[in-house]
Ligand binder design. Structure first.
Ligand code: MEV
Length: 446
């Protein structure tokens, strides 16, 4: 291995030292790259320190567009929703769906549940029935020992809901777990849950070592790990829209409301039954969900992992949304698990996450769950509406045109001419590039 590409003590270097080592060893034009990395530092040193504090070995910031989608009416309340996303047309699609449903009664949302889960896994070669018999006593001890950890959460109305003793899997002999459920109120609750679980591990081990109800030859317990589960099928929210079919309006390509409704439902049904379509379909939902989750400083990896597991809960990966046409009514719904918080974690530390929450008028976690689910539903509606009418590329490439123009470094006049020329043509990078080149040659050769 080339020596210059590895280093010991990198984390101990200053930020400038880290950058110097990187640019000198990995880039052809170190000075330019160094200037570029520095150009993304926050102008305010204190703000930069906050950002650096979120991670390790930070050398710069990675900007992402922070957009907003106005006109979301959810349960009769209007929202302007913050979205952090780099894909063009997502925010435009959300805004367009928001406006569309605003004129048709708005979005509706309700919480189905807010239960979060955690597991303490252990290995033990003993009599499971014996443990089950005394589990009420064990549980009482676990709850009592975690009282100092749970006292604040209990004051806020949350805490440990229950603890169950379970065999982990038929094909894993001697593997057991304490599966605990929690209410974590407005926090996502990861730290709270993990602290409780680690205390369970200690208390359980000590019970097994000291209780006179445990035979001496069964005292030995191996704690494997204690960690929350990001699969939270009981922490879900339901979002929906509905209206009489005739109120759906008319659509491009002379599609009438009733035909649109049928075609739309077919598209959703395909995503329910065909996993290849379901993944793309759900990706569209997560275009909206991730953007709000990120903007509000929540953990989008946890939300994604959980959402996809939930989409496979009956053994096949399926659409997270469903559509019904009943008694002349169009009904479109999304049920999704969303373990998010509005206090703790990044939500109050990241300056822009704080602003996002302020823009949403500082919602409680349950309200944020509804807002996020609705954004996912809106995104899904907009994507499928395009797919079954004009096709996705028309809108997508129009939005992408700006990226192409930036890449080609067009001036204002060229950009306007490109806009006019491609009004009724298919946009692609090569078509735009060729047109811009032709403009430039015409201008250079009068
Ligand atoms: C693109 O980011 C998302 C879509 O592919 C979603 C879908 O196909 O439903 C348009």
């Amino acid at each position: 291995m080339e020596n210059k590409k590895t280093i010991t003590g990198f984390s101990k270097l200053s930020k400038r030292g880290k950058i110097k080592w990187i640019v000198e060893n990995f880039f052809k034009n170190p000075e330019t790259v160094m200037r570029e990395l520095a150009s993304y530092w926050h102008a305010n040193e204190d703000q930069q320190k906050i950002l650096d504090g979120f991670s390790e070995n930070t050398i710069s910031n990675f900007p992402m567009p922070f957009g907003v989608a106005p006109n979301f009416v959810i349960n009769d309340k209007a929202y302007c929703i913050p979205m952090v996303i780099e894909e063009s047309s997502v925010v435009a699609a959300a805004s367009s769906a928001a406006k569309y449903w605003m004129d048709r009664g708005g979005f509706h949302a309700e919480i189905v549940g807010t239960v979060k889960l955690g597991q303490m896994h252990f290995k033990w070669d003993g009599d499971f029935d014996l443990l089950e018999e005394q589990f009420d006593q064990i549980k009482a001890r676990l709850i009592e020992d975690t009282n100092p950890i749970t006292s604040n959460m209990r004051k806020r109305g949350g805490g440990i809901l229950d603890i169950a003793l379970e065999k982990t899997a038929d094909n894993l002999p001697n593997h057991y777990q304490l599966k605990a459920s929690f209410e974590t109120c407005d926090s996502m609750g990861a730290n709270f849950i993990n602290s409780c679980l680690e205390q369970f591990a200690q208390s359980f081990k000590s019970y097994m070592l000291t209780s006179e109800r445990i035979p001496d030859n069964q005292r030995d317990v191996e704690i494997v790990m204690s960690i929350l589960s990001n699969f939270t099928p009981q922490c879900t929210v339901r979002a929906w829209v509905k209206c009489p079919i005739e109120d759906l309006g008319n659509f491009p390509n002379k599609l009438k409301a009733a035909d649109f409704a049928k075609k739309f439902k077919s598209a959703i049904d395909i995503a329910i039954h065909d996993p290849y379509r379901a993944v793309t379909h759900n990706k569209g939902i997560f275009n909206g969900i991730d953007a709000v989750v990120l903007a509000t400083g929540n953990d989008f990896r946890a939300i994604e992992a959980c959402g996809h597991a939930y989409a496979s809960k009956d053994g096949q990966y399926r659409s997270l949304s469903t559509c019904k046409i009943e008694k002349n009514e169009f009904y479109f719904e999304l049920i999704i698990p969303l373990a998010v918080g509005t206090v703790g974690g990044l939500t109050s530390l990241h300056p822009m996450a704080k602003r996002s929450l302020e823009l949403l008028e500082n919602p409680k976690a349950e309200e944020l769950m509804k807002i996020i689910a609705v954004t996912g539903l809106a995104q899904n509606f907009a994507a499928v509406r395009s797919l079954v009418t004009t096709g996705i590329q028309q809108g997508h490439m129009k939005m992408h045109l700006q990226n192409i123009l930036n890449q080609l470094e067009t001036n204002e006049e060229e950009a306007k001419m490109v806009g006019d020329y491609f009004e009724d043509k298919t946009i692609s990078y090569s078509a735009v590039r060729d047109y811009v080149l032709s403009l430039r040659t015409t201008i250079i050769q009068p």
